[in-house]
Design a binder for this molecule. Structure first.
Ligand code: NAD
Ligand code: UD1
Length: 333
């Protein structure tokens, strides 16, 4: 049985991936410093799966703490989720983003090298495509970033490519996520940002729950199907399964440096998401149209065919599932 070390495993995507890995027969070790999560998700991963695992409350930037994890456990591969992810905050405080996202990755890679663990899955983002060169976006599209958060992802992708060039015993899978939403069916783990959310689905959920009076829709004058922004929303469970498939491939291949888009290939508008949420959950979402959000793009969706062909992975859950599960999680918590 292979053992996977998950950094940032108490977070939104990490916790769902932990569940899918345990259910697929992998052993896991989880580390997190609870900067953006708490111990409940660790307990709930155990509750959902009925399986136990070692958890370390450590900062991934700290090499001595990482070395201890690698000394204590035989680790076959790592999935690196730990990082900061708020675009606006990264513009306001770029050094904090460069320090945490890049430092944690460098510490992790150095310790992996020291312990001869050379298989890594890295959480990248569709943000590395910036303003789309063409649609749908395939992995060979031009890369550019428009904010420090995105730049950390693009720099790390570059670091991983250089590392692989220096030693092709590495097996590295860079996963570019589109817009993860939804929650586990149990309602035990999901996304719960503190305060006013930045992203659309967590905002809709708070309006439906009457914590916020109404949704502001940022512009209806884009050249899209109904004028509102279009994105490739992907259920977090589908995304988590993509990680299992990418690990399976790392263990099959001698060595590789792969890049995969993880998206559905479908673009839905803000209004389509809002109306689907209203319909499947039978709730009210008052909204008003306001100015465009600076830095927003009109449309972004994936060409997921590379993952389909080479990972044998494809997103299966619908927009209805995403809306139902996001709401179920909030009602339960
Ligand atoms: P999240 O904030 O829920 O999870 C990240 C976890 O990492 C948190 O639990 C946090 O406490 C932990 N963490 C941060 N810095 C750490 C450090 N130095 N040491 C230890 N733990 C640390 O975010 P998420 O949505 O689960 O995202 C996971 C990864 O996927 C991130 O790297 C993010 O940039 C990337 N990503 C997320 C999205 C998205 O929309 N959610 C989209 C594309 C890419
Ligand atoms: C955001 C991040 C991006 C990240 C992606 C996936 C920004 C600027 N970009 O982008 O780096 O990769 O999430 O996590 O934050 N919207 C509203 N009202 C709201 C919130 C959003 O109308 O209150 C609209 C937006 O204009 C957009 C769509 O909803 O058209 C989706 O927005 P959001 O969820 O923030 O995701 P992205 O813009 O794709």
């Amino acid at each position: 049985m292979k053992t996977i070390f998950i950094t940032g495993g108490a977070g939104y995507i990490g916790s769902h991936t932990a569940v899918e890995l345990l259910e697929s027969g992998y052993k896991i070790i989880v580390a997190d410093n609870f900067y953006n999560s708490n111990i409940n998700s660790i307990e709930n991963i155990k509750k959902i799966t009925g399986k136990d695992f070692n958890f370390y409350e450590i900062d991934i930037c700290n090499k001595a703490e990482l070395q201890k994890v690698f000394k204590d456990n035989e680790i076959d591969a790592v999935i690196h989720f730990a990082g900061y992810k708020a675009v606006g905050e990264s513009v306001a405080n770029p050094l904090m983003y460069y320090r945490n996202n890049i430092d944690s990755t460098l510490s992790l890679l150095e310790v992996m090298q020291e312990f001869d663990c050379k298989k890594l899955v890295f959480s990248s983002s569709a943000t590395v495509y910036g303003e789309p060169e063409k649609l749908p976006l395939d992995e060979n599209c031009r890369l550019m970033t428009t904010n420090p958060y995105g730049s950390t992802k693009l720099y790390i992708e570059g670091i991983l490519k250089d590392l692989y060039t220096s030693n092709n015993e590495w097996g590295i899978s860079i996963l570019r996520y589109f817009n993860p939403v939804g929650a586990h069916k149990s309602g035990l783990i999901g996304e719960s940002p503190n305060g006013i959310p930045n992203n659309l689905m967590p905002y809709i959920v708070k309006v439906a729950n009457k914590e916020i009076s109404h949704l502001n829709i940022f512009g209806n004058d884009y050249s899209t199907k109904d004028g509102t922004g279009v994105r490739d929303y992907i259920h977090v469970i589908d995304l988590a399964k993509g990680h299992v498939k990418s690990l399976d491939k790392l263990f099959r291949d001698e060595s590789c440096l792969d890049v995969f888009n993880l998206g559905t290939g479908n673009g839905y508008s803000v209004l389509e998401l809002v109306n689907t949420f209203i319909k499947v959950n039978n709730v009210e979402i008052p909204y008003q149209i306001v100015e465009r959000r600076p830095g927003d793009i009109a449309e972004c969706y994936a060409d997921p065919s590379n993952a389909k062909e080479n990972l044998k992975w494809k997103a299966e859950l619908s927009l209805e599932d995403m809306c139902k599960d996001a709401w179920h999680y909030i009602k339960k918590n």
